[in-house]
Each structure stands twice: as C-alpha cells, then as structure tokens.
Write a protein that binds this ligand. Structure first.
Ligand code: P1T
Length: 379
C-alpha cells in the first residue's frame, strides 16, 4: 500500500459493534471479565485501550515497522527509551537537539550514572570517536532542532551495529512521510506526536515505533509499568490527524522551500538553515534519505544581534510567536529563550546555536500571505 492510502486506512477498522467507520473513543478505564483472567484482550486502560491500539498499529504501519507504542507526550516516549539503560552505560547523542531531551538526559538520567556525550553527528568520525565498549545507545535527531542539521542514519546504524548499541532516531521533524529510519537500520523511531503527526496543535502525545518483538516487549513493559500512557480522546485526535499527514506534509515542504528561498535572497538576512538549500552542508544526505526537506526553517539576521531578532519576532503576525511546531498554522520561536533555554549558553554556543536564531514552523497557509508577513517584519 502507498503512503497516503496507509495514512487513511492502516491499523483502523470499522467498529465491530456498530459499524462506525471512525475509531470510537473507548472512554473506559476497565473491561468486564466473565471469569478471572477471561476477557476480550483488554483488562485495564493503562495496559491496553482499543483506541490506542488502533493508533499504535497505524503508527507502526506508517514507519514500515511492526510495533507501535503511544505515550502521554514525546518526553514520556523518550523517557521510556532511557529506561533501557543501566548505571555505567553510555549514550552518544547529537549535540543539536530539542532542549527538553537535553534536560532529561543531563538533569534526570546523568545523576543515575548514565554518561551522555554530545557530538556533532553530521561528522560521523566524531560519532565513531565517541563510542566506547560501554556505549549502549546512539541518539539521533534529524533534521535536528533547531539547526536543521542532517545526520546520515544509515551510517549511524553501521556505527551502532559495530558497537553493539541501539540506534534511536527522533523523527519528529521528518515524520514517516519524509523518512523511515527503521529501513535505514534504526532500532527505535521516536516521535513527539504533538507536532506534524497530530498536526493541529490540539494534543500533546508521543510514540515509539520498532520492528523487533523482543525490544518492543521490553519497552511495552516499561510503558505499562511506569504508566506514561495517553488517554483515548488524544489517541483519536492523532488518528484523525494522521489521515491528512501526506497532504499536509506536501504543503509544509512546498511552503518551507519558498520561505527558505525568500529568506536566502533577503539583504537583511544572514545564514538560513533548511536542508533543501544548495548551501546546506549535508544536502546530499538529506536528498538521499528524505523524500523532501520539510517545513522547519531557521535563520539569523545579518549582524547576529539578539535585539534585532526579538524585534522581528514581535512584528510577525501570521507566524505566531509560540513554542511547538508542526501544526497547520505557522509559528515562530526564539530557541535561546524558549525551546532550548534549558541548554546552558556555553553548550548552545558550542553546537552553533546563536542567541539571535529565529525558528519558523512554516504552516500550510497561502504562501503569498506568509511571505508578506516576513517582509513586513524583517523590513
Ligand atoms: O513536547 P513533547 O510532545 O513532549 O515532545 C518533546 C519533543 C521531542 N522531540 C523533538 C524533536 C521535539 O521537538 C520535542 C518538542 N519540541 C518542542 C516543543 C519545540 O517547540 O521544539
């Protein structure tokens, strides 16, 4: 089945009781048993819920995996992966990543004796150099948040395999419409479903997708034991969002391209970060592993002054200033004080994240209106 057909049909079936074509919201915490242990496959909604099951199956199908697990947030999904680690284990991570992931790694798991090394992963030699016999996990985010670095997933998978480590890829910026990391050798695909997958800025959720029963069972054990699971109403909203993922992503990419090209020729704009630009250092890898280049665009103004960036952010109107990304509406953000404030300034500087960087989540509005908004704000 092709992607768009799967986005609409995979994992879901008409309700056997009524024929309802849309997955019902099974708003129940528990299920009747005819005799102790005798049930219809559902016992308690932290463990399983039919609305969640259909979403998990749909997610697995879209990534060409076999197992999906849904969580109450992207962070809960990432937290579940970290539960695989034990004190003394090491993780090699990309040095440009969502601030909340950095905070979880350094402030929650490092004190448990897990060692994290943050390296510029567009340079695979740096990854290889950081791997030791204690490395159990390689953590990739590509395109990365917010610098849109591209990491070669197949090359990272080869390094992980050689080291006997797992490879997890946070695919939030790409979605399976643009890239399917399991097919490139990843073991776990990670999502904040809050973003493109949900697509309408009305739900916070996360997910993991695997193609390995043993690993999936282990993660499902932690999912149930630790309990960071989503409610059925939120699962319904993401299921609805998935049905238009391919159409939305196509427009996000088209608009992303136009915005990146507009910014690149603007006399007041300095560096533009978008993997589809010919000037992007890893464009070739992006073109190899992605179907298109996505709708996230970051840039700095010439002069690189934070005050100038803030003035632009205050003037933007359609690009609403807000945390998050991936909804149908365009958003703007200032990573240094918003989404990435929990990364220390020195570490931000090391990874190339300027205090004047502006991040745009280019929505699916009419492009002429988006370009007019940028024009009036930048001048
Ligand atoms: O917000 P939550 O659903 O818990 O997802 C966390 C997360 C994980 N991975 C990536 C790549 C992310 O970008 C995020 C969340 N990011 C934002 C809220 C943001 O504005 O960048």
């Amino acid at each position: 089945m092709k992607f768009g057909t799967k986005a609409i049909h995979a994992g879901v079936h008409p309700d056997p009781a009524t024929g309802a074509i849309m997955t019902p919201i099974y708003q129940t915490s528990t299920y009747v048993q005819t005799s102790p242990g005798q049930n219809k496959g559902y016992e308690y909604s932290r463990t399983h819920n039919p609305t969640r099951t259909q979403l998990q199956d749909a997610l697995a199908a879209l990534d060409n995996g076999r197992q999906g697990l849904a969580f109450a947030s992207g962070m809960a999904a990432i937290d579940c992966v970290m539960k695989l680690l034990k004190p003394g284990d090491e993780v090699v991570c990309t040095d440009d990543l969502y601030g909340g992931s950095y905070r979880l790694f350094t402030k929650v798991y490092a004190p448990y004796g897990i060692n994290f090394q943050f390296v510029p992963m567009h340079d695979m030699a740096a990854v290889e150099a950081a791997v030791t016999e204690r490395t159990k996990l390689i953590w990739v985010e590509t395109p990365s948040n917010p610098l849109l670095n591209i990491i070669d997933i197949a090359a990272a998978a080869a390094v992980a395999k050689k080291a006997g480590a797992l490879l997890a890829v946070d695919n939030t910026f790409s979605t399976p419409y643009l890239q399917t990391p399991l097919e490139l050798g990843a073991d776990i695909v990670v999502y904040s479903l809050t973003k493109y997958m949900g697509g309408h800025s009305d739900v916070v959720m996360g997910a993991l997708v695997m193609d390995n029963e043993e690993l999936a069972d282990q993660l499902a054990f932690y999912q149930n034991s630790c309990g960071g699971t989503p409610g059925p109403q939120d699962c319904f909203l993401v299921l609805r969002g998935l049905k238009t993922l391919h159409v939305r992503m196509q427009r996000h990419c088209e608009n992303g391209r136009r915005v990146a090209e507009y910014l690149q020729q603007h006399p007041k704009v300095g560096k533009v970060y978008w993997p589809g630009l010919s000037t992007h250092p890893n464009r070739a890898i992006a073109a190899k592993q992605m179907r298109d280049f996505g709708g996230m665009v970051s840039f700095v103004l010439k002069g690189d002054e934070q005050a100038d960036a803030i003035a632009v952010l205050e003037k933007l109107q359609l690009f609403t200033l807000a945390e998050s990304l991936g909804g149908v509406e365009s958003l703007s953000g200032h990573p240094a004080t918003m989404t990435h404030a929990s990364i220390p300034a020195e570490q931000r500087r090391k990874s190339g994240l300027s205090d004047s960087l502006i991040r745009l989540s280019v929505g699916i509005e009419d492009i002429e209106d988006l370009l007019a908004d940028l024009k009036q704000a930048i001048g």
